[in-house]
Design a protein around this ligand. Sequence first.
Ligand SMILES: [Fe+2]
Length: 132
Amino acid sequence: MEPLRWEPRFECGDSVIDFQHQVLFALVNEVHCAAIEGDVGPSPREMLAGFARYARMHFVREEELMRATGYPDLEPHRREHDALCDEITRLSAPDSGVEVLDVCALAYDWLVQHIVGADLPMIEYVRRETAA
Ligand SMILES: [Fe+2]
């Protein structure tokens, strides 16, 4: 897996959400590097738990934004968030039998697909609602 690079197409225009998305990318990259480097520094699986914690905090912020503006797709969006957190927790367990690098690849695919497919339309809606 190549390092995750932030691309302009991921930007939603909300500076806090964009910043947090970039942090999520950086955290996956850190886990990825740690998994490649081997026995130096913190355990990659512990770092995955850190990614999951930060993701949860970020998701709460998005969900508050959706709730505050009456976003109609809050529930499916929230379910996507919950599914990622559950999946990362399950796969990052030491006995999951899944390689950390594979979890990174899953997190990467999820982030790109979710940001483009779910977050961008959601922020667009929030922007319209708050401008009205
Ligand atoms: Fe989201």
